[in-house]
Structure formats: structure tokens, C-alpha cells
Design a protein around this ligand. Sequence first.
Ligand code: 5AD
Length: 466
Amino acid sequence: MILVGVMPDSFVPLRLPTKTSPDTPAPVRARVYIETYGCQMNVADTDLITGMFAQEGHERTEDAALADVILLNTCAIREKAEERVLARAQELRVHKKRRQGVVIGITGCMAEHLKEKLLERAPYVDVIAGPDSYRRLAHLVEQAREEGGDRDPLVDVRLDKRETYEGMNPAAGGDGVSGFITIQRGCDKFCTFCIVPFTRGRERGTPPREILRQARALAAAGYREVALLGQTVNSYRFEEARFSDLLRAVAQVPGIERVRFTSPYPVDFTDDVIAAIAEEPKICKHVHLPLQSGSDRVLARMKRGYTYADFERISRELRRAVPRVAITTDILVGFCGETEEDHAQTISVMRALRFDGAFTFAYSERPGTMAAKRIADDVADEVKKRRLTEVIQLQESISAEVMESHVGRTEPVLLHAVSRRSDGELVGRTDTFKAVIVSRGTHAPGDLVNVQIERATSATLFGNVV
Ligand code: 5AD
């Protein structure tokens, strides 16, 4: 998961309007500004929205002051995520005061979570659209613009268990080297702490033909890597097609050199998926496997569906089949009823499993979830904070050791972009998802090179192309 708000994405070139028939008046062309918050799926959804607006004849702008339409594509996973969006919407509201007719919309998970209640905090919002409403979003926005300021806000938060956005063309996003494909939407797991099943609805797989169509389109646009996205991506199923079949099929698409996926659900990590990672060289040797807690009592209360022993067995099998695999995780501290002993178990498990990296969170109660309804959020904020600091510090020291162990090795690296620090350097990734800096030489983003690793910090490797 990307855990920071992704500020305006890279500029997306315009596509010409497709509505050219003389009988259908083209809608008034609007400039659309979009900010994205939350996970990779939201980043991919922003590309989907951008592609649709372009098709309707609108264009994307990176400057909110020039925009006719301002959209915030939001996240509801923690309370803080929602607070940030409300603060940002309040800031962006000035554009509505300065220029007549500017429309502000809140899309995505927070729109779905709060629905009309959002208006109590942000009465100036014109459009509220959930994650299954994007096919209608351009029209909703056009309607809001036509009707002007004196109408009720337009709210479309219908969830649709068949919507996979098949046939829509997402705008080219990201760095032009690695592209996302959403292969599954929604979630059926209902972990007690998690809002996602309520904001994104039931799990559904995108048809394989659509996934392959998008993979070929990315390859044709020069992308070298595809990342397959889903809330529990390895539970993917479409008729007879399993996740492992899909991984192998995408790896066969000419031009695609690397296939990633995120995030798998531990219990659904079956042998056929492990075999695909082990056997297919283009499938990256990195698995993000969210553990959450090392204590069986906490895992049971979270309704994760596995014990620590189950998780340990899956990671052991992965490491046996794919010896250089990198395993990263999510750790959630301070869940309802978590004792010092539970926390100590998480710490000891982290020492035992030695994850390559971890995203770490303090529990934040989400209205509507099973935990909010049935279990007391009884770990004090200071205690959550202290436990969070402990897991962060432990993981930093483990990550630093893991990074150091790469020094001296030669690793395949896909170069993604010119480094932000220096024009003379390129940044890339190993297939184990470590960031690597090399000097530019004659290389360019999109090149797949072998790099001899010379030194490491806890976050970055440095090396030379060999
Ligand atoms: N509070 C804090 N963290 C949460 N996560 C999910 N729900 C919550 C919550 N209510 C974390 C989990 C999940 C990651 C995406 O976010 O660790 O794996």
C-alpha cells in the first residue's frame, strides 16, 4: 500500500473528444484537477477517472487555480486519512469563492463511507461519488456544472457487485515504466477492524480477457512492468481462472518484463501461486504478506482466519521455494484488548520472521466495522503510540541489516526514472522491490540492467551497472 497522499500525478496528455456527432452537443470542456489519497488502487482509479474525463472531452490540469472541477479521490482506512481530506477540501474551497462555477467532488472510499454525512463537515461539496460510480462520474460533474450553485449536492454511492470497469481505458499513469491493473475489486474477508468491505463492496474479479487487454495496452505504450492490484489479490477467481493462471498469462505478454502483485491474503496463498513465483522468471520475487499481529488471541479477535503458525508455515514454504524472496508486511498495533504480552509476541515474531520491510499502523476505530460495533477500543493512545514506535524501531534495524546483506551482490534492476536528487542518476528497483540508485551513463528509464550493489542505507541501495 502507498501510505501517503499522492499529490497531483504526473501530467496526463489529452485525448481528443470522441463526441463528434452533430446531434450530440459536446459538453462544455472542463479542466479537471485530481488529488489522490490512500492505496495503489486509488491511484489506479484516478487513472480510470482521468481516462474517462478525457474521453468525454475534458482535460486534466495540475493547477487547482485553473480548474473547473476539483476532485479528491479519497481513503477511509484510518480516521487521520479522512481528517486530512476534510482539511484539504476546506483549503481548496477558496477556488470556488474566487471563480464562479467551480465544482468540488469527493470520490472513493471516504465518499462511500460517509455518504451525505460528509455534507455536515463540508457543505460546499457538489458531488459525492463512491468507488462503483466512476462510469457516471463525468456526467454527474457535467450535471452539477449545468445546474450551477443553487442545487442539492449530487450523491451517487451505489455499490455494484458486477462493476469491474471492463472496457474503460485508464489514462497512462505512473512513471511510464510500471503500470497498475486492477484485477479484483471489493473484499469479502470482513476483518473486524477494516472498513474496506463497506466502502468497496463485495469481491469481484475482472475478466482475464480485460486484464490481458490492459496488459497489452501498457506494453504497447512502452511500459515494462505490470502490477496486479486487488484487496486480497490472490483470492482472485474468474470462472475457471485462478490467480496463478493469471500471473503466468500476464508474464507471457510480449514487452512485459516484470509482473508484481499486491496485496495477497495469507490464507489464500496456495501452492500453485508459490510455484508460479518460483518457476516464472518474470514474476517478481517479492510478496507483501500482511501479518497484522503476532498474537493468536489478537488475530482471532481481528477475524484474520489464520494463526501465527499458519502464517509462519506460508512464509517458510515461500522461502523454501524461492530462496531470495523478499517478504514485507503490515503490522497493526493497539487493536482492541491487545495486552503487553500480545505486543511482546508481535515483537518476537518480527525478530523471528525478519521481514524485509513493514508498514506499521496504530489501530483507528472505523464506524460501521464489526470491531466498532462489538469490541471496545480500549488501548490508550499513548500505549498505541509507544507500541508503534517499538515496532518501527525494530523494523528499521532489521531492514538496515537486510539492505546491507545486498552489498556485493549483482541484482537485476529495472530503471524507473531520473533520480529526484540528481540528473546524473537513475532510480530503479530490484525484483525484490528494493530501491537502487545508479549513475545514468547511457541508460534510460525502462532499461533492465544488472547492478553490482556497492553500498546500502536502510532505504536505498547504490551500485553500478555491470
Ligand atoms: N486502523 C489502523 N490501521 C488499519 N489498517 C486497516 N484498517 C485499519 C484501522 N482501522 C491497516 C492494516 C492493513 C493496512 C492496509 O492498513 O494493517 O493491512
